[in-house]
Design a protein around this ligand. Structure first.
Ligand code: ZN
Length: 124
């Protein structure tokens, strides 16, 4: 059974309890890493400058504390393998549905596809 490494656990701990619940269930069936939970101001500005985030501080869901967004990647990571991101997304969506947790996947966005990105979709 896959398990989160130290970095993933640390990132996940900075996330909304609902994101933690989904990820902790999903890791039982598929291996992935949590590469980003809460993002502080300097990190958000850097991500924004590099085009990795569409929003400057403090408007990203990653800037909330606890973070309302988590970036996750299939393990081991291959950024060019989009199919694995979609496979992981299927598992995450199924777990979120079963747990009754509304999540939005960045891979479903039309304008700026953000394959690692998940956020709480409770209308807040
Ligand atoms: Zn993100």
């Amino acid at each position: 059974m896959p398990k989160f490494g130290r970095q993933s656990r640390k990132q996940l701990a900075s996330c909304d309890e609902r994101l933690q619940r989904v990820c902790n269930r999903a890791i039982e069936v598929i291996d992935f890493s949590v590469i980003c939970g809460h993002r502080a101001e300097a990190d958000q500005e850097e991500a924004y400058r590099e085009g990795k985030s569409q929003l400057p501080w403090p408007y990203s869901e990653h800037n909330e504390r606890p973070s309302r967004a988590a970036d996750i990647v299939p393990y081991p990571i291959d950024w060019d393998d989009r199919e694995r991101f979609h496979f992981l997304a299927g598992v995450i969506k199924a777990v979120a549905f079963i747990e009754g947790i509304p999540l939005t996947w960045g891979g479903d966005w039309n304008k700026f596809q953000d394959l690692p990105h998940w956020q709480i979709a409770d209308g807040k």
